[in-house]
Write a protein that binds this ligand. Structure first.
Ligand code: NAP
Length: 507
């Protein structure tokens, strides 16, 4: 069987009662090419009820092709199932159900146990093996052992403990080219790139969950995101790869913003989240054209915590602004060279400058961390008169000295400023939502309050500012501003604020 022209998104059904399981199959059919029925999620009674209704479901509805799986716990299933339990299950499956099924998943030990005589035709059989501890180095040898069985397809899913484990998965897919079709995935957040790029690499199928919370394995992303956000069925080996490196990176909204713009412009490119522990190792093994171990065509990267400083030694050049604030948030890969930039400053300043004149403006910066540093640099360049307010004078003094600005304790804030910029996390969701670093009375003489926090959109500080009659600006404008500048640097794209905002609102 040749599947090279067929690349499938498969949605596993993980409901635990018969009715919701059956309705999830139909819901999944709208997103999936293949629907995997994880029959081990059901009790014996619910499983019998689902199986009895499968032939009618496949004939009378818009149900997509089915893959049946009955997984034992040690291979990632929900039940303790001996080899005999599984053999009995498959032997007793009614012929009309087998006929209505496109694929079945047999674990490697089960495949071997049939001694060539399977109750399901071999052309429907996926021979699977999972390792939930690690991604071992011998995947090609394991593939060869599995491929010598009569099963039509080989599936190998392993745990990625760090992003470099994905290289072994991509190498396996490459190894299996022109051999038996392979499904190869690295589980966990570090393995997400294999879920997005395995089809473009030559694998036959990738899994995407029906919704958040319905995953059948660690690191699975939704089928809707695979299809619509990352557009994985359109990607190929020529696709340009962009992404964000950070640790952790799962919360990042950058894929939403950037992929929306890439899709709108119809570009053969995708922006991925890369959970990277060691930025130097990632750049060497994945990105730098002279040393990378896989042929992905990296075009640019966003860099977030904790790598903004750590990436600098691995770049060929760093622009003046990024050098001055000692932080790179953008890498451009062009002509074999890696160049570092910082788009946070222009991203933060542009929306502010559109509202107020910064030259000689009296600006209060609350906080003295990474973003305060970028803001102080941007304000100095624009001739503003800056004062930092921080809770810890010892920590904040080096920043105030470096930029030659005044420094006071946050609790001693006086109201005489044209602009107040919050660079602390006070008021942020999951941190201190509802709290404000300043009360309404303190803002009575202020023209504009800018809060860098973007979740929530309207913070308690911005509410207080509105009550005090100030103009307000939220952190979303900076988030979008720095991303817009990144796309200009990477692809020469002129992305609109509105497109990016809509991308963010799709979630
Ligand atoms: P950071 O480097 O950790 O700095 C945070 C600063 O806030 C530090 O000076 C810290 O003081 C101070 N701080 C923390 N909790 C405080 C409290 N309860 N009272 C008084 N001061 C407090 O963080 P950052 O990267 O600058 O980020 C700060 C905020 O800006 C975050 O909410 C982040 O989401 C937001 N941000 C937004 C964007 C955007 O695109 N919109 C970009 C970057 C950052 P200590 O040093 O004493 O702890």
């Amino acid at each position: 069987m040749n599947y090279t022209d067929n690349r499938f998104i498969c949605v596993p059904i993980t409901e635990t009662n018969a009715e919701s399981f059956l309705s999830a199959i139909l819901e999944a059919s709208q997103l999936a090419d293949i629907v995997e029925l994880r029959l081990d999620y059901l009790s014996t009674q619910d499983r019998s009820s689902v199986i009895a209704r499968l032939p009618a479901l496949t004939v009378n509805t818009a149900c997509k092709d089915l893959l049946l799986t009955f997984r034992p716990r040690e291979q990632g299933g929900q039940q303790d199932l001996s080899l005999e339990d599984r053999q009995d299950f498959w032997r007793n499956l009614p012929p009309e159900v087998i006929a209505a099924t496109r694929f079945v998943d047999f674990e490697f030990d089960l495949v071997e146990s049939w001694n060539g005589i399977s109750p399901v035709p071999w052309e429907k059989v996926i021979c699977s093996w999972h390792n939930f501890e690690e991604t071992p180095n011998d995947l090609p040898a394991r593939y060869d052992r599995m491929a010598t069985t009569p099963a039509a397809i080989v599936k190998i899913a392993t745990m990625a403990n760090r992003i470099t484990d994905c290289l072994k998965t991509f190498e396996l897919i490459h190894y299996a080219k022109d051999k038996k079709p392979v499904i190869a995935l690295a589980m966990s957040l570090a393995g997400v790139s294999t879920r997005i790029l395995s089809l473009a690499s030559g694998a036959m199928l990738t899994f995407g969950s029906l919704r958040k919370g319905a995953e059948s394995a660690a690191g699975q992303i939704t089928a809707s995101d695979l299809r619509n956000l990352y557009r994985i069925k359109q990607l190929n080996s020529d696709s340009e790869i962009l992404g964000i490196i950070g640790y952790p990176v799962g919360h990042s909204r950058s894929p939403l913003m950037h992929n929306t713009v890439l899709s709108l412009h119809g570009l053969n490119a995708a922006y991925l989240p890369f959970e990277v522990q060691d930025a130097g190792e990632f750049i060497t093994d994945f990105v730098r054209p002279q040393t990378k171990k896989f042929a992905w065509n990296f075009r640019g990267l966003s860099v977030t915590i904790p790598h903004k400083l750590a990436v600098i030694p691995y770049l060929d050049s760093v622009d003046t602004t990024a050098k001055a604030i000692g932080a790179v948030n953008t890498i451009v890969i062009n002509g074999g060279k890696l160049s570092g930039f910082n788009t946070d400053i222009v991203g933060a300043m542009k929306p502010l400058e559109e509202l107020v004149e910064l030259r000689d403006a009296r600006v209060a910066v609350l906080g003295a961390g990474g973003s305060a540093r970028a803001i102080c640099y941007g304000l100095n360049q624009r001739g503003a008169n800056t004062t930092i307010f921080a809770r810890d004078m010892t920590k904040a003094t080096p920043l105030a000295e470096e930029f030659e600005v005044k420094l006071h304790l946050l609790e001693s804030f006086t109201g005489d400023f044209d602009i107040v910029i919050n660079c602390t996390p006070i008021g942020m969701r999951h941190h201190s939502e509802g709290e404000s670093p300043l009360k309404t009375e303190a803002l009575k003489n202020t023209t504009l309050v800018y809060d860098l926090i973007y979740t929530p959109n309207t913070t308690a500080l911005l509410c207080n500012a509105e009550k005090a009659g100030c103009q307000t600006l939220g952190g979303m404008s900076m988030l979008i501003g720095q991303a817009t500048e990144q796309l200009r640097l990477w692809m020469g794209l002129d992305a609109s604020f509105e497109t990016m905002r809509k991308g963010l609102e799709t979630k």
